[in-house]
Design a protein around this ligand. Structure first.
Ligand SMILES: [Fe+2]
Length: 316
């Protein structure tokens, strides 16, 4: 029976690379685990990876910094809009002070009976730290955030939709979502096991124009679910394609994992990812060295110097 375990990673198109590193590492205290490039297209663009202490598949935020190439996007409806991260219960006062101390405006709200803190990435993408009581994923303490406050990983994704019905049907029928809740203009579904980052929150938005789906600064590019095995991933692809969602990609080798991508009816680009036996974050760096070297897939290795020269300098 095809299934999804929860999230695998979320990928954003952001602006300047250094501002992105500073936000995720110095402010949110995430662990920098990989410095490579976007594998698609011809323009050299960084692909940066951040995670919790263990690089759990459900705890990885990745970014394409586009400031140097000048590609901009538009936030809108029919688009993934909110990065939801899981923070320990009782930690949000700490985070309020920490974010404010870094001149980041934040706002405390309660949604689905959970307190959450709303703020933005420097490029404008909406973030929320959602308070969670029982989340076994280990936060990273190497960035200066104490263990009792450190971010566990992904909580889920917020998707703005003109009308939620088609996305609910897609999520229930093809992503195995359940545990549906409604509150105001928000519908929450859960994909996969608890505390594995699979919350999908559909926000009814009939006022904004549709958001852009291209690589564009200030937008979420896609959200990846964890399909766990290549066989399961293939079965999921077969079923989704057979239902008529033919806007689904072939299998792509992302070195650290293998993926297929499908445009969902809510507008969000959905990735079904599998960390396979030859992949994983430690396939080219030891667990201690993660993120310390500039990594390229074999097809780009011969162009290393040329590619690196076109990227921004960043200090981790
Ligand atoms: Fe991805």
């Amino acid at each position: 029976m095809p299934h999804l375990a929860g999230s695998h990673h979320v990928t954003l198109s952001v602006g300047a690379a250094q501002a992105d590193v500073d936000f995720h590492v110095a402010v949110l205290g995430l662990r920098f685990i990989k410095r490579t490039v976007l594998f698609d297209g011809s323009i050299p663009i960084y692909h940066l990876y951040y995670s919790n202490a263990d690089g759990d598949p459900s705890a990885v935020v990745t970014t394409f910094p586009l400031g140097k190439v000048g590609l901009t996007g538009r936030r809108g409806t029919n688009q993934a809009r909110e990065v939801l991260l899981s923070a320990p219960a009782g930690s949000l006062d700490y985070w309020n002070s920490r974010l404010t101390g870094h001149a980041i405006e934040c706002r405390s709200v309660t949604v689905f009976d959970r307190r959450r803190l709303l703020f933005r990435h420097p490029c404008g993408i909406e973030y929320a730290l959602v308070e969670v009581d029982q989340d076994p994923r280990r936060g990273y303490t190497g960035g200066g955030v104490p263990e009792e406050h450190a971010i566990h990983g992904i909580y889920g994704i917020g998707v703005h939709v003109a009308k939620p019905d088609n996305m609910v049907e897609f999520s229930d029928g093809h992503l195995g979502a359940g545990d549906t809740l409604e509150e105001g203009d928000r519908v929450r579904l859960v994909v996969g096991k608890p505390a594995q980052g699979g919350a999908v929150e559909l926000v009814v938005n009939r006022t904004d124009d549709p958001g852009t789906w291209t690589l564009g600064e200030g937008t979420i590019h896609h959200f990846a679910f964890n399909a766990e095995t290549l066989e399961n991933q293939d079965e999921l692809k077969f079923a989704i394609e057979g239902a008529g969602y033919t806007d689904i990609s072939e299998l792509k080798d992302r070195k650290y994992f293998k993926s297929v991508y499908v445009r969902s009816p809510g507008g969000m680009l959905v990735e079904l990812a599998v960390t396979h036996a030859e992949g994983g974050w430690t396939c080219d760096e030891s667990p201690k060295e993660l993120g310390t070297r500039f990594q390229l897939p074999s097809q780009f290795e011969a162009r290393r110097a040329e590619i690196f020269a076109q990227l921004e300098e960043i200090n981790i």
